[in-house]
Design a protein around this ligand. Structure first.
Ligand code: NAD
Length: 357
């Protein structure tokens, strides 16, 4: 056994109702003037949090947008500096955490994240910015939130459809962590349990979006899957979703949900340790087919054509996903990627053995 592992420096608080401890947490961190960040859709929640923080808050900036356009990041950073904030509280999904990270990238401000989806960005030092229509990403330890507060009660309002696809987005992080070139035993355990938690919790959320036990299980799984993402290098699945989202404007979590079973089917035979962990986590001998069926049972979108990819764009997407080399358990060729995208575009069934038809 050979591995290298470095844990990321951050505090994590988890529990239903613990949003009420945010002021205390800011005190522990020595923050006394925070700007609360959110999307326009979650401004009401951000205003409530800001009011509860009282003098610890300098106000709300509700300008977070999907994929963090650089102009939105500059506006948010200027607002934070103008209000002499010493930190930001990012309350929301990956887009809001992403805005906080963009501020941290170009200032000394520290970020506290309060996630309300399962995207997992809060556990990583990966930032993303859209400049002139092109999404750039990078890793920088400065953007890692110093503290993350997970309160499942904040997720009961996440629409059920988005809960399912966001949960699959999290599962995808853990799947690729299980065959990452820089995986380690601790992260493999984390990834496996993250998948187990989400696979068990998502049906409960579909049955009742306010089921706090199911919401707790899913957010716990999202934390673990995010931690797995933050500690490893992603492969074909994330590359493909990055291209489909960034260059063809497909919805982030939907794309992950549709593509995952097909990439999993492609990689399975070359990643036996991943397959064994997924079999334990899902209780199924054929995890790719299991996830394909689960997404359908839970009512998620089923094909890339249904979410707006034109058939004529399949070849270009395959080319874009194969222009640079990256680690993957199985060789990545343009022909294979075209086949994967085509199958996902059609929403084709997987064979019972979990392989592509
Ligand atoms: P999102 O943050 O864009 O949220 C989608 C919508 O749901 C928004 O309108 C938001 O306000 C709303 N919402 C969020 N939580 C809610 C709740 N509890 N109740 C009601 N509405 C709620 O979506 P996302 O999938 O969380 O994030 C996607 C973005 O995150 C993408 O840009 C992706 O690239 C990025 N991301 C980055 C990393 C990383 O490590 N850097 C990891 C994962 C995702």
């Amino acid at each position: 056994m050979r591995f290298h592992y470095q844990s990321l420096p951050m505090r994590v608080t988890f529990g239903a109702g613990l949003l009420s401890t945010l002021a205390e947490e800011l005190g522990q961190l020595g923050l006394s003037r925070v700007l609360v960040l959110s999307t326009p859709e979650q401004q009401e929640l951000a205003e409530r949090v800001s009011a509860e923080l009282g003098e610890l808050s300098v106000g709300v900036h509700a300008g977070a947008r999907m994929h963090v356009p650089i102009e939105s990041a500059r506006r948010a950073r200027d607002a934070a500096l103008a209000s002499h904030a010493d930190g930001c509280v990012a309350i929301g999904g990956g887009s809001t955490t992403g805005l906080g990270k963009a501020i941290a990238l170009e200032s000394d401000l520290r970020i506290v994240s309060v996630p309300t989806t399962y995207a997992g960005s809060e556990m990583t030092s990966v930032w993303g910015l859209t400049v002139d229509g092109e999404k750039k990403t990078g890793r920088d330890p400065r953007v890692l939130p110093v503290s993350v507060l997970y309160d499942p009660e904040l997720t009961t309002g996440l629409p059920v459809g988005l809960s399912v696809t966001s949960g699959f987005n999290a599962i995808a992080h853990a799947v690729e962590a299980l065959y990452a070139p820089d995986r380690s035993p601790i992260i493999s355990l984390v990834a496996e349990d993250g998948i187990r938690a989400l696979v068990h919790a998502l049906p409960g959320i579909v049955a009742d979006g306010h089921d706090i036990a199911a919401r707790t299980g899913a957010l716990y799984g999202a934390w673990l899957c995010g931690a797995a993402l933050g500690a490893t290098t992603m492969s074909l699945h994330h590359k493909l979703c990055h291209v489909l989202g960034g260059s063809f404007n497909l919805a982030h979590a939907d794309t992950h949900t549709i593509v995952l079973p097909y990439v999993l089917a492609y990689n399975s035979e070359c990643a036996p340790q991943m397959l064994a962990a997924l079999r334990r986590a899902t209780g199924s001998d054929e995890p790719a087919a299991f996830l394909w069926s689960l997404s359908r049972t839970l009512g998620a979108p089923t094909s890339l054509r249904d979410i707006g990819l034109a058939q004529a764009d399949i070849a270009r997407a395959a080319d874009l996903a194969t222009t640079s080399a990256y680690a993957n358990p199985r060789d990545v060729t343009p022909a294979a990627v075209r086949e994967i995208i085509t199958a996902a575009w059609l929403g084709e069934p997987l064979q019972p053995d979990g392989l592509l038809v």
